[in-house]
Design a protein around this ligand. Structure first.
Ligand code: KG4
Ligand code: ZN
Length: 333
């Protein structure tokens, strides 16, 4: 079974091919146009997807040494994501399916982030997954394939959104998550204790208070010139302290979920699972609790089509296909 995966939910146009033997090609075209706006501009994202989707799919086929007739099914991100961006991928997938007679499979982007872990690891169930991306922060208990129990989610900003918005306050370019990560490596995480929200309350998260707290912390340093002088000396320390606050909450809740479910396999997923402090804390937790830990390699953490293709492959093996009435959805209900 050869599956072509297509991803276009946000600002990466991506195509990949996953076969019974594993992943054989993986192409990502990142959109840089959004940098100057400090965030993804939906209409620009849709246009950029439209421009690069043909070339991206062509390259994925070329790298796999395949032609469209070798593809058995095309798996495409159905949502959640930006509606216009999703439509570009979905319409392309439907066109591909009609013209080449392949089956069609709609893939949930958040499921795909989780199953990205199985590109390089054996499929293991049950597991707990902490999915942390720009749009979502979820703690999920997965008892068997596609049987997902949501333990908790963010009530406001997602973890990646918190990194990006706080980074913007600190004057970092978009997306600030990877830059903060780099800066934090040279800083002191104990430099300032920022609030760790909702630690005692169940499995839900909240990160918007942290953003406000960083804003007030900076404003307390004085006028704009004084704030800049402070950041010139301590940007790395502030980045490390913010990263500490975000990752501590994530790991403490994950730790509690391990206790409550008794689950011995733990997965990280989503763009923020590329964060080095989070990865190190997860490894420490795994050692302490004797857990099997899976973290996707960097290329499979942020948005990619390899994760869509493997999830499509898992669905195809279960006989789960869609017809041409497949519709995109912006949010998970
Ligand atoms: O999963 P993803 O590529 O897209 C969404 O589905 O949202 O995640 C993107 C998010 C952005 O907020 C980005 O800043 C964050 O992941 N991110 C990071 C790191 N790399 C990406 N955040 C912290 N540390 C990183 N190393
Ligand atoms: Zn994503």
């Amino acid at each position: 079974m050869n599956i072509l995966g297509i991803e276009s939910s946000c600002d990466e146009t991506a195509a990949a091919i996953y076969t019974d033997g594993g992943l054989i090609s993986n192409v990502v075209a990142s959109q840089t146009i959004h940098e100057k706006y400090g965030g993804v501009v939906p209409e620009l994202a849709s246009r950029a997807h439209q421009q690069s989707i043909f070339g991206t799919v062509e390259q994925a086929l070329h790298e796999a040494g395949m032609s469209p007739s070798d593809i058995d099914a095309v798996a495409v991100t159905q949502g959640p994501g930006l509606m216009g961006a999703l439509l570009v991928g979905l319409c392309f997938a439907k066109g591909f399916s009609i013209s080449h007679g392949t089956r069609l499979i709609g893939v949930n982007h958040m499921d795909a982030h989780m199953y990205a872990n199985f590109i390089e690891n054996e499929q293991t169930f049950p597991f707990l997954c902490l999915t942390v991306s720009g749009g979502h922060t979820q703690l999920i208990h997965v008892t068997e394939p596609f049987s997902h129990h949501l333990l908790g989610k963010t009530r406001d900003d997602a973890a990646g959104e918190a990194f990006d918005k706080i980074g913007k306050i600190l004057g970092l370019p978009y997306p600030a998550g990877p830059v903060m990560d780099k800066r934090a490596k040279n800083g002191n995480p104990k430099f300032h204790k920022f609030p760790q929200s909702m630690l005692k309350e169940g499995f839900d998260f909240s990160f918007s208070g942290l953003k406000t707290s960083v804003l007030y912390y900076l404003q307390n340093k004085g006028d704009e010139a004084a704030q800049q002088a402070f950041l010139d000396d301590h940007l790395d320390d502030v980045c490390a302290s913010v990263s500490e606050a975000i990752t501590e909450v994530l790991i403490k809740k994950l730790d509690r979920a391990v206790s409550e479910t008794g689950c011995k396999t733990v997965l990280l997923a989503g763009g923020v699972s590329a964060n080095s402090m989070l990865r190190a804390k997860a490894q420490k937790l795994a050692q302490k609790r004797d857990l099997r830990l899976m973290i996707p390699k960097m290329a499979y953490c942020t948005d990619n089509a390899a994760m869509i293709a493997i999830t499509g492959h898992m669905l195809a093996k279960r006989g789960q296909f869609n017809d041409l009435s497949l519709k995109p959805f912006a949010r998970v209900s």
